[in-house]
Design a protein around this ligand. Structure first.
Ligand code: ADP
Ligand code: ASP
Ligand code: MG
Length: 458
């Protein structure tokens, strides 16, 4: 068995859906389970609709929802129109789902308030529609696609908007729902991004979460491979949108890939790797627009021939909190007191650097910032810097050759830095700079490490 996941751009229009179905057809002998994202841009539209509803802007809600409906009708018209029975059934489902979210959005607009639970119900519709459309389109092409509601398979905790799987329940559901279909040579097609709590509420797994769904399903059925089909040839030395000359990575380890994803390489949702690691399943990143490309293979051992820098990623919109206290000098228990506050307020940190009198941390969410700063001020002087970014250089044993680090710093001359950290794992050299300096820092580092290594110390 394999899992084949298509991202939003890979199912963005009728031609792309047809192309994606060809990809599935060529892999039919591998017993695929298909996971699809919403059509490109639809989740953003649904989020915008919930925001417009909160502002009580009924016209804008109607306009956005109409666009979502029209978009699916257009793709369906081109894909399933010839067989009227399929087309009619799809339209019925489309209108039913649209009616449902309109009712919710009307409620939100009246209250001018939205719960995370209601928001998940609305934004989940993108994947519900795309997966139904994909399954009908497969049937149209005489492919045995069978739509499966992802809520029947992915059972999650109740953290709406950022839910995590309950693996035991998910595994049992996958065995009950997916395996009998595969035994009958059918191809299950489900939406990514969406799950359900044990008491039946719709949840979503976080933006970009369809990759995570694919990995969860892959782990649940112990698939042989999890394939992430997207719009680039694979994982690259940097985001090719930022560095058009970025190079393909053929093989990379789970830990390197997870680190890159965590530090902003959007090609994979940051949580995708964990379920694959748990079952030792290879993950392959492939390009729907260039099927001949071998893609990137992500495994436990990665590329054994290669150590040192593999890629650079950037995570923007970071907040840095600097905490200083003279009392810290030699005082044991100080850090424990400081971090107890983070724990209490459920704020997680990415990077930490310390000196004798100060501690600096980065946060990637602003949620509880004001309360956090208030509480920290009881213990230390606090300085907050917003609009920062982390530029992360990832690779195995970065510290084995100090030339790597020297090249990075040499290339960064003239760019002010507010923190840097190199973990003893040697997996990640992270530098914090102003958001405004992010692109030039990334370009300089990429050039220094992957294009024309800069001379150092000559
Ligand atoms: P999908 O809709 O298929 O999930 P995403 O837009 O979420 O696609 O992810 C693919 C995008 O990730 C690429 O178009 C690319 O711009 C971006 N990206 C960021 N970092 C990297 C990287 N290191 N390698 C490849 N792509 C990257
Ligand atoms: N459609 C969802 C999003 O846009 C999930 C995904 O595409 O992976 O965030
Ligand atoms: Mg994605």
């Amino acid at each position: 068995m394999i899992v084949i996941k298509f991202g939003g751009t890979s199912v963005g229009d009728a031609n792309r859906v047809a192309n994606a179905i060809d990809i599935v057809a060529e892999r039919r002998h591998l017993q695929p389970i298909v996971v699809v994202s919403a059509l490109a841009g639809v989740t953003n539209d649904l989020v915008a609709a919930t925001e417009a509803a909160c502002e009580g802007d009924f016209d804008r809600v109607a306009q956005i929802i109409d666009r979502v409906r029209q978009r699916h009708e257009d793709v369906a018209t081109r894909l399933v129109q010839q067989k009227f029975d399929f087309f009619d059934s799809f339209l019925k489902q489309l209108h039913k789902q649209i009616d449902q979210i309109q009712t919710i959005l009307r409620g939100i607009a009246l209250l001018r308030e939205i719960t995370f639970r209601a928001k998940d119900k609305v934004v989940a519709i993108g994947e519900k529609l795309s997966s139904v459309l994909f399954a009908y389109s497969m049937m149209m092409r005489a492919m045995p696609g069978e739509h499966v509601d992802s809520e029947e398979v992915i059972i999650t905790d109740g953290r709406f908007g950022e839910a995590g799987p309950l693996m035991e329940h998910t595994r049992a559901a996958a065995e009950r729902v997916l395996l009998p279909l595969i035994e009958r040579n059918l191809i299950p097609v489900m939406g990514g991004f969406v799950g359900r709590t044990r008491d039946g509420a719709t949840t979503t797994l976080g933006r970009g979460g369809s990759d995570y769904s694919a990995a969860i399903v892959g782990a649940a059925v112990r698939a042989n491979e999890i394939q992430i089909w997207t719009d680039v040839d694979g994982m690259m030395t940097c985001d090719p949108r930022l560095i058009p000359g970025a190079r393909m990575i053929e093989r990379i380890s789970y830990t390197e890939a997870a680190e890159l994803a965590w530090f902003g390489a959007k090609v994979l949702h940051p949580k995708t790797i964990a379920p694959a690691v748990a079952e030792g399943i290879p993950v392959r990143v492939l390009n729907t627009h260039n099927v001949a490309s071998p893609g990137t293979l992500i495994t436990e051992e990665g590329d054994t021939r290669h150590e040192g820098p593999r890629a650079v990623a950037v995570k923007k919109g970071i907040t840095v909190v600097h905490m200083t206290s003279n009392k810290m000098l030699g005082a044991h228990g100080f850090l424990a007191r400081l971090f107890a506050i983070f724990e209490q307020l459920e704020v997680s940190v990415d990077l930490i650097t310390t000196s004798e009198v100060s501690v600096s941390v980065t946060l990637d969410e602003r949620g509880n910032l004001d309360r956090l700063v208030d509480a920290l001020r009881d213990v230390a002087a606090v300085d907050v810097r917003e609009n920062q970014c982390i530029v992360a250089i990832v690779g195995r044993n970065l510290m084995n050759d100090s030339l790597n680090v020297a090249r990075v710093f040499e290339s960064m001359r003239g760019v002010p830095m507010s923190m840097f950290s190199l973990g003893t794992s040697g997996l990640n050299l992270s530098i914090v700079v102003d958001d405004g300096d992010a692109d030039r820092a990334v370009r300089a580092i990429h050039r220094a490490l992957f294009e024309q290594p800069v001379e150092v110390g000559s």
